[in-house]
Design a protein around this ligand. Structure first.
Ligand code: PNW
Length: 463
């Protein structure tokens, strides 16, 4: 029997995000985003770093495209920096043609090289102007209108060339890390704001999708959806409490966004615990948000074992661990504490998402930062065996989900093309298949880049 293969139209490539790679914060009329402000506050970022230079990709984007070409990808997922195209962010603020042109040039260059652009509209870099003017994501009426206006500008200027749109990247991170734990911009803490912000992110997404479907889709022929994040949650053992806990953990991380978007309502388990701090959708809004994603965009990195208990409402009062009942670790430890390699969890997750939401699944991020890679000499860094092991495991899990379980998986974007600015962790964790020397900006491919290229050459059917 011939080896199982993914269909010939399977899309694969690498993902990045504007603030993590671009640098050049003041170039050509760009104004600050909340991440510029946040990362410049002392004590927010490991090592006192910020995204002022990052991988210098605002200037080196042609080199990045050449690298993608060399890696044999079919697609590239990147995000637009809102404050490059509308520096102050709002619907009555001026549009910055230089910023518009930058992304237009890049999109054209990608297409010239046979690479399909997948564009994320919002990967966390809200224009500081909107945060200052009315509280940004906390202000429902204003932010929904301004976000839709920004989306409209992108559809208008790029939609003849871009056919795959992602409204938001990981609204869970935006709301919880930004407005509850405060480790991400804008650094607010508490147990109320993040429910409001999450709610407003859902509405902004839904109204942008409505606009695309009403005014652009017929003419431009693209698709639009959202990317949510979930690390698979596996009950620690088969006790009924821990099985229930894992489902509740999933509801608090994924269901709080996915259920409104695909089913038109919040999960009961969330409503029961959060009570009247959870905003309500109006009847009109429900009509707009239910079914407001053409696909299921999924970012995932690991699996967590779940037990009942704990008082962390934010995660549904469950606890996470990596140690099994027999004392062994779930998988290989990455450089960041929250990630261990566990491919079977990826297969379970793909099945769960398909069964629960019934949409084609686009894996939009998945990757691994090798432990201590930042202190290893380059000769060792490029032999990134632990990253290769990770991709080998996760890609084969995806293949099984697609071919044996029948999950319609349509894409796989590895995180990331380059080592880059890893948010609050600064430049220490390295997720790239390309090593970046931050002093010289020299890019050096790691062995994983070759591995991924070869894997897809062998496992995608020829057309
Ligand atoms: C995602 N966590 O973020 C983002 O989409 C990327 O920008 C980021 O670089 C990548 O994953 C790697 O971290 C996450 O704490 C940030 O569980 C934090 C968590 C998960 C994902």
């Amino acid at each position: 029997m011939a080896a199982q293969k993914l269909p010939s139209d399977f899309v694969w490539g690498y993902a990045t995000a504007s603030y993590q790679i671009e640098g050049s914060p003041d170039a050509d009329g760009r104004l600050p985003s909340i991440w510029d402000t946040f990362s410049h506050k002392p004590g927010t970022i490991k090592g006192g770093d910020n995204g002022d230079v990052a991988t210098d990709s605002y200037r080196r984007w042609k080199e990045d495209v050449a690298l993608l070409k060399q890696y044999g990808v079919k697609a590239y997922r990147f995000s637009i920096s809102w404050s490059r195209v509308i520096p102050l962010g709002g619907r009555n603020d001026p549009v910055n043609e230089a910023g518009i042109k930058h992304y237009r040039n890049m999109i054209e260059e990608l297409l010239k090289n046979g690479i399909t652009p997948f564009v994320t509209l919002y990967h966390w870099d809200l224009p500081q102007g909107l945060h200052d003017r009315y509280g940004g994501w906390l202000n429902k009426e204003k932010i929904v209108q301004d976000y839709v206006n920004y989306a409209k500008l992108c559809f208008t200027r790029y939609g003849d060339l871009v056919k795959d749109w992602i409204t938001h990247n990981e609204p869970w991170c935006v709301s919880v890390l930004g407005y509850a734990t405060g480790v991400f911009a804008p650094g607010h803490k508490g147990n109320k704001e993040h429910w409001i912000v999450g709610h407003n992110l859902i509405l902004a997404h839904a109204y942008a999708v409505k606009l695309y479907r009403d005014e652009f889709k017929a003419k431009q022929g693209g698709q639009i959806g959202i990317t949510l994040d979930l690390n698979w949650q596996e009950p620690w053992d088969d006790s009924p409490e821990n099985i229930a806990a894992a489902q509740r953990g999933i509801d608090f991380k994924l269901g709080r966004f996915a259920d409104p978007i695909y089913k038109g309502r919040y999960p009961e388990s969330v409503k029961a615990i959060v009570g009247d701090r959870l905003p309500e959708f109006t009847k009109e809004e429900i009509v707009v948000l239910k079914g407001s994603s053409d696909f299921f965009g999924l970012n995932t990195y690991t699996t967590q074992l779940v037990t009942e208990g704990g008082d962390q409402e934010i995660q549904g009062n469950v606890k996470y661990i990596f140690t099994r009942p027999d004392g062994t670790q779930l998988g290989r430890q990455a450089h960041v504490p929250w990630l261990q390699t566990y491919p079977p969890g990826f297969r379970s997750l793909l099945n769960y998402v398909w069964k629960t939401y019934n949409k084609p699944v686009y894996v939009t991020e998945n990757g691994f930062p090798v432990k201590d890679e930042h202190i290893l000499p380059l000769e060792q860094v490029v032999h990134d065996a632990d990253r290769v092991e990770y991709y080998d495991g996760y890609l084969n899990a995806l293949l099984k989900a697609a071919t044996e379980d029948g999950v319609p998986v349509k894409s796989y974007f590895a995180w990331s093309l380059l080592d880059n600015f890893e948010w609050a962790d600064g430049y220490e964790p390295r997720f790239g298949v390309t090593y970046v020397d931050y002093k010289t900006q020299k890019r050096t491919p790691k062995e994983s880049a070759e591995f991924v290229k070869k894997w897809f050459a062998e496992h995608v059917a020829s057309s």
